[in-house]
Ligand binder design. Structure first.
Ligand SMILES: C[S@@+](CC[C@H](N)C(=O)[O-])C[C@H]1O[C@@H](n2cnc3c(N)ncnc32)[C@H](O)[C@@H]1O
Length: 207
């Protein structure tokens, strides 16, 4: 579990995007719900930008990592830590900002639509801020050795030939990969967007 969160926290692109969004959104004294807080990093960034209090919510043991990390940051008295499925949580007040990184491999495949909609309806003040407020879904053709090697894993050197037939299963599975710009064969096509400030249809659940 810690390895997964190390991946999130050590991704400079992701962190910088959140840092900028938080700097633009947070006003002095804001109260924040960090939904699916994991290590607590997003709530910590909100506090550092002037938020007054963070409700850190996570259903896993990571809640203890968040607690310890915020205490070490000298912010332990500005947060409460709730280990629970967020859908089961009731907060004692409505908050100014809901922040949530549940974007999965393809935007909506980790349940962010339902997750953030519930938080918006039950946690957020009218006119409050959602981070992220929307996502855009893009599709592009790619030529990449890294992708080919991932997709053809069952045909790799050392895999006995009797198992090569499993390759077509792997080709049709999801793989996360960081691509270089030059590996895209064209300009990505925009498939659509999801605005979390609206009520969204229920055909976006996990793929
Ligand atoms: C993608 S991680 C993001 C962690 C952290 N917010 C970050 O940006 O590094 C999602 C976190 O949400 C938690 N989670 C998943 N489903 C949840 C739920 N229904 N209620 C509360 N937490 C949940 C997981 O345990 C995990 O720590």
């Amino acid at each position: 579990m810690l390895n997964e969160h190390l991946g999130y926290i050590s991704d400079p692109v992701r962190l910088e995007r959140f840092r900028v969004a938080i700097a633009n959104a947070i006003r002095q004294g804001d109260r924040v719900a960090d939904v699916g807080c994991g290590s607590g990093i997003l709530g910590l960034l909100c506090l550092r930008e002037g938020a007054n209090f963070v409700y850190a919510i996570d259903s896993s043991a990571m809640i203890e990592v968040a607690r310890e990390s915020l205490v070490r940051a000298g912010m332990g008295n500005k947060a409460s830590f709730i280990r629970e499925q967020s859908e089961q949580v009731n907060l004692p007040e409505a908050v100014d900002v809901v922040i949530c990184d549940h974007v999965g491999y393809f935007g909506f495949d980790y349940g962010i639509v339902q997750f953030i909609e519930d938080a918006r309806r039950r946690f957020l003040k009218p006119g409050g801020t959602l981070i992220p407020a929307q996502i855009k879904l893009q599709l592009a053709a790619v030529e990449s050795d890294k992708c080919r090697n991932m997709a053809e894993g069952w045909r790799a050197d050392g895999v006995p030939a009797e198992f090569h037939w499993l390759c077509h299963h792997r080709v049709n599975s999801k793989h996360a990969v960081n691509l270089q710009r030059e590996e895209l064969l064209g300009v990505p096509a925009e498939l659509g967007g999801i605005d979390f400030r609206d009520n969204n249809p229920d055909f976006f659940p996990g793929m």
